[in-house]
Write a protein that binds this ligand. Structure first.
Ligand code: FPP
Length: 263
């Protein structure tokens, strides 16, 4: 799909804003493989193809930030063979998609305990991070050895150190200051969180950043996730009334003032 076609698809949806930041819990690779009586790695390999599709579609739809949950801190406890397969797929992805990422103005970053990844993956990731650092088209964050509770804990520890060294007063700790210590610093908050395979869990993903995210769960297993599913998720997002703790009436009056300002 070309950029113009993607923009056209988005225009065909109900009217409304685009989510600035889309985050996806890519679930169901294992079940997809089991349904086909194939080993789990087969599902992960197909899942990697879905990653390529969704990155291109999000970029072409002018999404500002896309964050994908590729490997959690807890995933290290999976069988060694499965972990090795996921690391191999990641390595391949970074190599094979390098040109697409650079040519499409995508800034790639890893979030998570990157130093726990095998050296060969770290090297590839760090090098593409450097090469794409000045791109402004879309920020693609790959959550790798990632855990939201771990990230929040590290951020708290950093602020606690500043307090203990007398550089920060406890009363000066604000959500913004804490957020600025986290790995997602600089990204907009998540507007749309998608989880595939029908599971209704957050699984330690972007707990801080999803404070006001609209959550869309689809029964589609991740390897089956197509461009059309991505657009359906945007459409559901647009059907939601986002109030950020305000009343519907307050939101309507803010929107009418904004509309008048634009006119
Ligand atoms: C969850 O499905 C998925 C993962 C733990 C790994 C996600 C990895 C990929 C999509 C492919 C590689 C990533 C990149 C960025 C190239 P599951 O295995 O838990 O599925 P199940 O719940 O059906 O067992």
């Amino acid at each position: 799909m070309t950029g113009a076609e993607a923009v056209d698809q988005v225009r065909r949806l109900r009217p409304g804003p685009l989510p600035r930041h889309v985050a996806i819990i890519m679930d169901g690779n294992g079940r997809w493989a089991e349904q086909r009586k194939r080993p789990r790695f087969f599902g992960h390999a197909e899942g990697a193809k879905a990653v390529r599709r969704v990155v291109t579609t999000a970029r072409e739809s002018n999404i500002e930030a896309l964050t994908l949950y590729a490997f959690s801190v807890q995933n290290w406890a999976r069988p060694q063979q499965e972990v090795a397969c996921l690391m191999g797929l990641l390595f391949d992805y970074l190599g094979e998609e390098r040109r697409t990422i650079l040519d499409n103005g995508i800034r790639l970053q890893g979030i998570g305990e990157i130093d726990r990844l095998p050296g060969f993956v770290q090297k590839k990731l760090r090098s593409l991070e450097r090469e794409s650092a000045n791109n402004e088209g879309m920020t693609l964050s790959l959550a790798l050895s990632y855990g939201a509770r771990e990230d929040i804990t590290t951020a708290c520890r950093r602020l606690a150190t500043e307090v203990s060294e007398g550089r920060l007063r406890p009363e000066d700790i604000t959500p913004e200051r804490l957020g600025a210590q986290m790995m997602t610093k600089g990204l907009p908050p998540v507007d749309l969180l998608v989880r595939t395979s029908g599971e209704l869990r957050l699984s330690n993903f972007l707990l801080w950043e999803c404070a006001y995210a609209e959550i869309v769960v689809t029964d589609v297993l991740w390897p089956d996730f197509q461009e059309s599913h991505f657009f359906e998720c945007i459409d559901v997002f647009r059907s939601r009334s986002r109030r950020f703790g305000l009343t519907g009436q307050q939101v309507a009056s803010i929107e009418s003032v904004a509309g008048a300002d634009r006119a």
